[in-house]
Design a protein around this ligand. Structure first.
Ligand SMILES: NC(=O)C1=CN([C@@H]2O[C@H](COP(=O)(O)OP(=O)(O)OC[C@H]3O[C@@H](n4cnc5c(N)ncnc54)[C@H](OP(=O)(O)O)[C@@H]3O)[C@@H](O)[C@H]2O)C=CC1
Length: 437
């Protein structure tokens, strides 16, 4: 019997699998889909991918490679989703990961046994036992749509199911309202606001948002970050000055002026949106008050006739295979407190992988975490005592999320470079704990 069960074969699941394989730790991996890729598998038959046809990742190619598998040299700075998918599949092929993945198989239930270890029930009806469980099921698939009083007679969809200006809803000649100002909203509003598409494109936001550029002096803005050793205050001050110098005031483009600094929210990045707004092709609206047939009424009392609403309002974090609420996100979308965003102190055989919004990069986040997971399972790393883990979790969370405004979308923010620097130190400490024991 294999020791470990990995749930998910997206970019987080496959890199954890690779590290376990390197350490000779036996595992099974399950994915509900028919292939590797998770969120980056466009039109994933498991229905969980949020990719739209035009999607290019916001992180530049300089920041998103796995450590031991370079991205193709001929990639553009901001690769298309199809290139990322190809890269993940090539990674899995190169390291021989495919054979251990059971596709078209969902983990329906994962139940911790009284004395430790896991009982995993599959969609095939089979139940298997494992020593440890790695959860890599992603967190951009459970679409969240806010509720407003009234009813809407037009068509509406969440950004998760948006594919293009024509699919699943033909937006040509329509009055479209995009709700939200995160990165989904930026991409979708920029695309639909082209004169050949929507008759009128509105964006509703409940706050002013900084829209950051993708380039600085011809280079992707994330390519040369300030070093991780530099105090956060200094990095933020330098970055803020640069951003304000580059984009000016948001009101210059007809957008509401943010009440916060550019780094006090998850970064909204777009090379197109400000131009679309400045060109008058995007009309900014405030918060929605109510829906009224073919009209959306806003808090300022204005109303607009709308044909299509695109709710780009984000996602809930879900672990549908757990019954135990202590292992799931709470009502405010906060996952359980996790040591290094990986381990719940009271549950030593459970590992969450890729559960973060690491800035500026996402792809190699779980790769970094896999080092701790594999070392722990191989017996060369041990974490500190439970109360110490709780103390560190509090301090870490204050560091990584404390400066963001309170919102459901900010519960898993992470300063990637600082995190990696700290994780390396923790793995070294845990290695010494084992040696000293
Ligand atoms: N090209 C790329 O690489 C892309 C990357 N992404 C990433 O995917 C993740 C998800 O992004 P996204 O889908 O944009 O979701 P986000 O959660 O990042 O953004 C949701 C937006 O909807 C707003 N919102 C939420 N609830 C309401 C409400 N009740 N009324 C009004 N507004 C509301 C939020 O505002 P508020 O802040 O007030 O809560 C926010 O502006 C992010 O990590 C993002 O960076 C997404 C798309 C493209």
């Amino acid at each position: 019997m294999n020791r470990v069960c990995i749930i998910g074969a997206g970019c987080s699941g496959i890199t954890v699998a690779k590290r376990l394989k390197d350490h000779g730790i036996s595992y099974d991996q399950f994915d509900a889909s028919d292939d590797i890729g998770g969120n980056w598998y466009y039109n994933n038959p498991n229905g969980l991918s949020a990719c739209y046809q035009s999607l290019h990742i916001d992180t530049s190619k300089w920041r998103l490679a796995f450590e031991d598998y370079p991205v193709p040299a001929d990639w553009p700075d901001f690769p298309h989703h199809s290139q990322l998918l190809q890269y993940f599949r090539a990674y899995a092929a190169h390291f021989g990961l495919r054979e251990a993945i059971t596709f078209n198989t969902k983990v329906e239930k994962a139940k911790r046994k009284a004395g430790g270890g896991w009982e995993v029930t599959l969609s095939t009806g089979e139940t298997r036992a494992y020593e440890a469980l790695v959860v890599a099921n992603g967190h951009h698939w459970a679409a969240r749509i806010p509720e407003y009083p009234g009813h809407f007679d037009g068509e509406q969809l969440h950004s998760h199911s948006f594919r293009s200006a024509f699919e699943p809803v033909n937006c040509v000649g329509k009055r479209v309202l995009v709700v939200g100002m995160g990165n989904s909203a930026m991409d979708i509003a920029s695309e639909l606001s082209q004169r050949a598409i929507a008759e009128r494109l509105y964006v509703s936001t409940r706050r002013g948002v900084w829209v950051l550029p993708k380039y600085y002096k011809g280079q992707p803005i994330d390519k040369n970050p300030a070093p991780a050793w530099m105090p956060r205050k200094v990095r933020t001050a330098l970055g803020t000055r640069m951003i304000k110098g580059l984009v000016g005031r948001m009101s210059d483009y007809g957008l509401p002026e943010p009440e916060i600094g550019p780094f006090d929210a998850h970064a909204t990045v777009s090379g197109e949106f400000l131009l679309r707004a400045g060109s008058g092709d995007v009309v900014l609206k405030g918060s929605i008050d109510r829906l009224d047939g073919d009209c959306v009424v806003f808090k300022d009392g204005s109303g607009e006739a709308i044909d299509v609403i695109v709710w780009a309002t984000g996602y809930d974090i879900r672990f549908p295979f757990f019954d135990d609420p202590a292992l799931c996100a709470d009502a405010d979308n906060r996952p359980p407190p996790l040591f290094k965003r990986i381990m719940k102190p009271e549950v030593p055989d459970l590992f969450y992988a890729g559960l973060g919004q690491p800035l500026p990069t996402l792809v190699n986040f779980a790769e970094q975490q896999s080092k701790l997971i594999a070392a722990y399972l191989a017996g060369t790393y041990t974490p500190p005592a439970q109360d110490e883990m709780h103390r560190i979790i509090k301090a870490d969370e204050a560091y990584h999320t404390g400066h963001y405004y309170a919102a459901r979308r900010h519960t898993i923010q992470l300063d990637f470079d600082a995190y990696v620097r700290d994780l390396k130190k923790e793995i070294a400490r845990g290695t010494n704990r084992v040696k000293a024991a």
